[in-house]
Write a protein that binds this ligand. Structure first.
Ligand code: LAC
Length: 235
């Protein structure tokens, strides 16, 4: 049995989906794109910092604090109601275009005998993830959703990858993390899992660390083709 753990934000779900609402409030497309990038970077920085501090504040808190930081840092006059709208937007972010097709291919492969288990595995809160994946219409393809919330820390702490394996009842040697986030790939490799980096931007550069991805793919269709014959002849 091969277990695939799909990262959510930046892998299945596009965090740049906030750009349209940001543009409405900031009034210009370039400012909205810049804000969206910085918001995401700050959100992740906060997860790393809380992780190192040994203090847990959930992902929604990190997202909100990062939003408030960006409003201050970028001198954006975003009133409270607009900030609330942006936070709601985070619960309805879109899936990347290739995601539904890729998951359908994997589901079809399973129906033909591929021995695969499919999970979402994310920093997000369980209730936020349930809403997000349902609204994006992809939850039905998954065997389960594992949140770091259950381990009370964030990726790339080794504890969260161990938690994933325990929840999925999977061995590290049979498990692949599929992620668009290089720090997540490094964390999974350091914890002994296999890892596939979804290089969503062709110009993206991977960190020059010893924890490199086993495989690089451009989209979920390529991922699905790679795993479609997984373990058909083994247990
Ligand atoms: C997640 C982060 C990496 O979904 O965004 O876990």
């Amino acid at each position: 049995m091969t277990t695939l753990a799909f990262d959510v934000y930046g892998t299945l779900i596009d965090t740049a989906g906030v750009t349209t609402v940001l543009e409405k409030h900031l009034g210009d497309a370039a400012a909205a794109a810049e804000f969206s990038t910085q918001w995401r970077q700050k959100q992740l920085e906060y997860t790393f910092r809380y992780g190192l501090m040994g203090v847990y504040r959930d992902f929604r808190v990190c997202t909100r604090q990062a939003l408030d930081f960006c409003c201050d840092a970028l001198c954006a006059d975003v009133p409270a109601a607009a900030r609330a709208e942006l936070m709601d937007c985070y619960l309805a972010l879109p899936a990347f275009d290739d995601v539904r097709g890729g998951l359908e291919l994997l589901s079809a492969a399973r129906a033909k005998g591929a021995r695969l288990k499919l999970y979402a595995f994310s920093n997000g809160r369980p209730d936020d993830l349930a809403q997000l994946l349902a609204r994006a219409g992809i939850d039905a393809h998954l065997d389960g959703v594992v949140s770091v919330h259950e381990a009370q820390t964030f990726k790339p702490a080794a504890a969260v990858y161990r938690h994933f394996l325990a929840r999925a009842g999977a061995a590290a040697a049979d498990t692949w993390l599929i992620s668009g986030n290089p720090f997540d790939i490094c964390g999974a490799r350091a914890a002994g899992l296999h890892a596939l980096w979804l290089r969503r931007a062709p110009a993206a550069v991977f960190d020059p660390w010893e924890f490199a991805p086993d495989v690089i793919a451009a989209d979920l269709i390529e991922v699905a083709r790679r795993f479609s014959d997984a373990g058909e002849n083994s247990s």
